[in-house]
Write a protein that binds this ligand. Structure first.
Ligand code: ATP
Length: 247
């Protein structure tokens, strides 16, 4: 049996209140999974724990069978995390940044250069490859950060609202890169508030409310559950209202 890309069980995290609530979530290897949920539902908190940036209060996180809490370094080697607030060094060009990141992963210089150039072309950054990132727009920084996250050929790519602030052309480039990765067998988990993106790109959709998974499935399965032929927007709003009542 193929190991799931991500298996979360009993995951909990509190700040001033319980934000992630005994969460159970499994993402299959090779799928494109969209995580939806209202503002404050806990999506970023969940993904930050998966990426090893935040310590859970309780629960287990397994990434392709690796216990991410016991062996965070092994988990990080196969995971990419792309935050919605890109952190890129202002004084480096995209090419220099990508080569720097490749160095952190101990990728040899020739492979790093080839990889950096491939990513620069994929994401349409070639015209700016030798300009300092300090002068870039948020959208361009987001693409550089995405390129940086892909340098070490991760098996699982986790993205927090990667399309926010991107113009139509850049959004298309990012979507194409992600779909290309999924075609190559990589698993992608992405949060988005753009329901049309989830509808078009994701194989399965998970809906989070109050730190729990309140519904999951293909769009067709979610429609069946609610017994109506509605848009994802209608389904989403109904599910969240249901989840809020239950909470
Ligand atoms: N470091 C923190 N300290 C205190 N509270 C936090 C912290 N991080 C998140 N929270 C709180 O946890 C809750 C869930 O936040 P989170 O960012 O996970 O939600 P989200 O589903 O990603 O929301 P959005 O869609 O708005 O990005 C929010 O109420 C937020 O204020």
């Amino acid at each position: 049996m193929t190991l799931p890309a991500l298996a979360i069980s009993n995951l909990s995290k509190s700040f001033d209140r319980k934000v992630v609530n005994d969460l159970e979530l499994t993402v299959r290897a090779g799928e494109f999974y969209a995580l939806l949920g209202p503002n404050g539902a806990g999506k970023t908190t969940i993904l930050r724990m998966v990426a090893g940036l935040l310590q859970p209060d309780a629960g287990d996180i397994s990434i392709f069978g690796i216990d991410a809490r016991k062996d965070p370094i092994a988990a990080k080697r196969i995971v990419a995390w792309v935050s919605d607030e890109p952190m890129v060094y202002d004084r480096l060009t995209p090419l220099e940044y990508l080569e720097f990141v490749a160095g952190l992963w101990q990728i040899d210089a020739r492979t790093a250069e080839a990889k950096a150039n491939e990513l620069i072309d994929w994401l349409g950054l070639r015209p700016h490859a030798n300009e300092l990132c300090g002068g870039f727009s948020k959208g361009m920084l987001q693409k550089v950060a995405l390129a940086g996250a892909l340098v070490h050929d991760p098996r699982l790519i986790i993205l927090d609202e990667p399309l926010t602030g991107l113009d139509a052309g850049s959004a298309r480039q990012v979507k194409d890169v992600l779909l290309g990765k999924v075609r190559d067998g990589v698993t992608v988990i992405m949060t988005t508030h753009i329901l049309e993106v989830a509808e078009r790109m994701a194989e399965r959709i998970g809906v989070i409310a109050h730190g729990r998974l309140i519904a999951e499935g293909t769009l067709a399965e979610l429609r069946t559950r609610l017994g109506k032929e509605s848009s994802l927007e209608d389904i989403f709003l109904d599910l969240v209202a249901e989840g809020t009542e239950a909470a």
